[in-house]
Design a protein. Structure first.
Length: 320
């Protein structure tokens, strides 16, 4: 698959999703970037802003298998991974796969599950495999987790640990619609749910091919140094107790490469890095005590770092 084909496929998927989801251009773009970069997304916002609808529209657009799990405190790891059960007719154990064996997994209200259940996602999100009773089973490709959580209701919730947050490529907010978008939503959903009328515009094979080829996007040595300087600055910043890990720097590179593809380029520029940095880095940092929320404080730190780090000279950007 050529880079132009990746761009065209992403455009078709976005147009299809926008038949259902009103506005949210930036959110949809990041969803597509995560999909192509083999990443996962954490959607955090108040109920009713379209988080689940967005995930369902994505699933219908790519013609892949889709599973939804409502996370609750009594959910067990085996409810996700599956179990080996004894088949009395055959007198042997058989594996019954859980909902993790899918292309797109919607983990609804992920922070309502216990840490034990949350930890069952660590292996599958990072290595695309699940270990059950000492046997490793590979997941389907592509595999993507879209998790949602409500930031304003803390009763009966279990905050995601740092190791779990670090496995999400992006953490993003949906946000409320403006007045014009609100009117469009009322009109669009007045007679029927448009989700029922859309069909797929790409398949799992298309996505898998895009995931293999986006890495052809050129990144110069200067750009790599610039990206790394931003990440290293998070580790020495006065307001940060724990900075971004090497996994975070790799995530930023992948996101910047896909962002460049979707903008019609086969090379990365500083603007690609700047556009992706807040959503890739902020949730991976631990901020010292602040009256603002952790997300707001972390995003402010990232914005300050982007202003401080020198941008490489343009003539050197195309060298690789």
């Amino acid at each position: 698959m050529q880079l132009e084909q990746i761009q065209r496929m992403a455009h078709d998927i976005k147009a299809n999703i926008q038949k259902v989801v009103v506005g949210k251009d930036e959110v949809i773009d990041k969803l597509l970037i995560a999909l192509i970069a083999s990443g996962h997304i954490l959607l955090e916002d108040v109920p009713g802003t379209g988080k689940t609808l967005l995930a369902k529209a994505m699933a219908k657009s790519i013609d892949g298998s889709f599973k939804r799990i409502q996370f609750t405190p009594d959910l067990l790891p085996s409810d996700l991974t599956g179990i080996n059960f004894y088949n009395q007719k055959l007198s042997e154990f058989e594996f019954r796969p859980g909902p993790l064996f899918t292309n797109l997994l919607l983990a609804d209200e992920i922070n309502r599950a216990t840490p034990r259940t949350q930890s069952s996602l660590l292996e599958c999100m990072e290595e695309r495999q699940v270990s059950i009773d000492g046997e490793t089973r590979l997941l389907e490709r592509p595999f993507m987790v879209i998790a949602t959580q409500n930031p304003v209701e803390n009763q009966g919730t279990f905050p995601l640990p740092e190791a779990q947050l670090d496995r999400f490529l992006f953490k993003i907010q949906m946000g409320y619609p403006n007045t014009e978008e609100g009117l469009d939503i009322l009109k669009r959903f007045k007679a029927e749910n448009p989700l029922d009328t859309i069909s797929s515009v790409a398949d799992a094979a298309d996505i898998a091919a895009a995931q293999q080829h986006y890495a052809k996007v050129a990144v110069s040595e200067d750009l790599l140094a610039y990206l790394l300087a931003i990440v290293e600055k998070t580790r020495s910043h006065a307001d940060v107790t724990t900075g971004v890990s090497p996994r975070g720097s790799q995530a930023l590179l992948k996101a910047a490469q896909v962002h460049a593809v979707l903008r019609g380029r086969d090379f990365v520029i500083p603007d690609d890095v700047k556009a992706m940095a807040p959503s890739v880095l902020a949730h991976r940092m631990m901020i010292k005590g602040s009256f603002r929320s952790r997300s707001e404080a972390a995003e402010a730190v990232v914005a300050a770092i982007l202003r401080e780090v020198s941008v490489p000279a343009e003539p050197n950007l195309l060298s690789s």
